[in-house]
Design a protein around this ligand. Structure first.
Ligand code: AMP
Length: 209
């Protein structure tokens, strides 16, 4: 199964991606996580991406497309993958389509998590992230999974959230029509508990294929 998960920041993509990837036994590829790992390790890619990430802008396509092309060569993708945070604009979607066409392994489906802006702002401005395991949480003191300290992502500050939503509207949301016209789009509501949303997504996506 080869999936793309799309939705505005704060729709719960990262959380759902983890559950869905585990359910279908496919690799979870999150471009935001790859950038953050590079940033933490101080690699040239991380350093180049930092200013864009901190201000809520997209990292340039040249860097992002190159990074994903390399990741799609990974040895762990034989069962398929779930892309979380990629593509983020129509050019990236076209590059992905060409890359997968070359491998004769086109996308199975694109799952859209839909949610309105008011909900997003309330979710993201209270979100904290674990310094150790990277888990996003609503807890404010210690990570519920590993007990480590939490921090607020630079890009979860209200000014940056507003910009990320604009970037989503202007640059990312056109990929919804792109995938609808390809007959790949499946939309589910991102409201409700984590478990409810996962169940909804699995029932919309169907069994492994
Ligand atoms: P995320 O964790 O998916 O919210 O991503 C955090 C940040 O990483 C985004 O605000 C962008 O700056 C950058 N980023 C992640 N994925 C992409 C992408 N596909 N294209 C460009 N920038 C990205």
């Amino acid at each position: 199964m080869r999936l793309v998960l799309v939705g505005p920041p704060g729709a719960g993509k990262g959380t759902q991606a983890q559950f869905l990837a585990a359910h279908y036994s496919i690799a979870h590829i999150a471009t935001g996580d790859i950038f953050r790992t590079n940033l933490k390790a101080g690699t040239p890619l991380g350093l180049k991406a930092k200013a864009f990430m901190d201000s809520g802008e997209l990292v340039p396509d040249s860097l992002t497309n190159e990074m994903i092309k390399e990741r799609l060569l990974g040895a762990d993708l034989e069962n398929g993958f779930l892309l979380d945070g990629f593509p983020r604009n129509v050019l990236q979607a076209q590059v992905l389509r060409a890359n997968l066409a070359q491998k004769k392994s086109p996308l199975t489906a694109v799952l859209e998590l839909s949610i309105d802006n008011e909900q997003i702002i309330s979710r993201l401005s209270s979100r904290r992230t674990c310094k150790e395991c990277g888990l996003p949480t609503r807890a404010q003191e210690k990570c519920p999974a590993c007990g480590a300290e939490l921090y607020q992502r630079e890009d979860d500050r209200i000014e940056v959230i507003t910009r990320r939503l604009e970037v989503y509207e202007e640059q990312t949301s056109p990929i919804i029509s792109f995938y609808r016209s390809e007959g790949l789009l499946i939309t589910v509501s991102a409201l409700g508990s984590v478990e409810e949303i996962t169940r909804r997504a699995i029932s919309a996506l169907g069994p492994n294929s």
